[in-house]
Design a protein. Sequence first.
Length: 431
Amino acid sequence: MRKVRPVIRGVRGAPDILPAQVGRWQRVEVETRRILKNYGYQEIRTPVFERTELFVRGIGGGTDIVEKQMYSFEDRGHESLTLRPEGTAPVIRAYLEHRLFTKGDLCKVYYIGPMFRHERPQAGRFRQFHQIGAEALGVGDPAVDAEMLDLLSHLFATLGVDGWQLHLNSIGDDACRPVFLDRFTRYMAGKVERLCPDCRVRLKRNPLRILDCKVEGCRRIVARAPSPLESLCEDCEVHFRRLQELLQLLKIDYSVNERLVRGLDYYTRTTFEFVNPGLGAQNAIAGGGRYDLLVGEMGGPPTPGIGFAIGVERLLLSLPREGPSEEWVGVFAATLGKEAFELGLRIVQDLRRQGLRATLDMEGRSLKSQMRLAHKERYRYTLILGDEELKAGVATMKDMAQGVQERVPLQEVVHRLVRHESRGKAQAGRD
Ligand SMILES: [Zn+2]
Ligand SMILES: [Zn+2]
C-alpha cells in the first residue's frame, strides 16, 4: 500500500458522504419524494445562498441562528450574502417573488438539501447538514396541520423509524400571545436570579424560549409557570381542539407538550416535534409549526402557513442498520484476450443500453480472478468469452446464484440475458 498523506483536509463539521453510506441517503430521498408527491407536494429548489437580510428578517434578529451561526460573507460587489441556515425564508421569498399565491389558494412545496450553520462541533451537530422540509401556504385550517402530521408519521413508519413520538402544542397568535407573555413575565419577576444567564437575556428579548430551556434550574422554575395553552383566545383554542379531533380521526398518536415552543420567533398556534427518545439530548428528528404572520412580516399579503423540517443526519441515526445487499443483479462479461475483450465491450454496451447493470474487467485480470470479482459484486450472470468460445461462436453463460451454466450462441446472448434479467429483479438503478 502506498502511503497517502492528504495535503488539504475537509472542513470540520462538513463530512463527506461516501459511496458505502450513500445508499441509505438515497433510500430516504426516494421514499420521501414519493410520499410527498402522494400528499400533493411539489419540489422547489432555491439557491444555497441568499441576501443576509432575508434571514435576519425571516428568522428574527434575536435568535441564535442569526446572532451566532450564520455563514455570512461580503461578495465582490460588496453585498452581504449568507449560506442558507434553514429553508423556510428562501421558500417564502420565492413564493412572493414569483407570485405563487396567485396560482390558487393552497401552495404545497418541499425542498431537500444542505443547510449551513456555524455550530460548535459536538455529537450530532454539523456545519453542513441536510434537511427535508415542506411548507403549506395559503390556508390556515387545522386540516392542513393534520395532513402534514399524517404525512410525517406515514413517512417515519415507511422508513422504519423505531419508537418515534409526536409532541404537540399551541402557542397562540398575536391576539392571545401578549396575554400569555404578560402572565409569564409577571410569574418570572421574582425568579430572575435563579434563571440561567441565557434565560435572563431571553426574558427581555424572547421569553417564550425559556419554556424549552434544558438547564435543570430553569426547568424547575418553568414547571410551575403558566402555560401558553391556558391563555389561548377562543379562535386559537378552537383551532387546537379541531386539530386534535382530526388527529384522532386519522389515528395519529400524539401527546400535548405545553413546553414545546421550538427555537424560532415566528411560530403561531401549532408547534410540533417528532422525537426519538433513543437519540439522547438532541432527540428531535423533525419539527415545525404554523407561522400565520410570517409571510405578512416579509412584505407579502396576509397568508397563513405551516411547515416542517426533518434533520436527515439524525433521521439516519434512527433507521435500522442495513446489511449488504443480498440481491444478485446484472451481467459480468469475463473475457480473455483482445478479440474477446472487444466483443465483451460491445455486449456490455448493448446490455447497458437495454437498462441492465453490466460490466467487464479493464485491468487485465485472469479469468479466475474475474470470476471471483463477479461473485463478490453479486452479478447474477457471468458471460465467459475465451479463445475456445470465440472459435465455436458461443459464450458460456453462468448463473452465479444457482451455479449452473450453459453455452449460448453469440447472436442470442444479449436477447437471452435481457429476457432472464427482466424476469428477475434485474433492472438495477431503475428507481
Ligand atoms: Zn435557562
Ligand atoms: Zn389566539
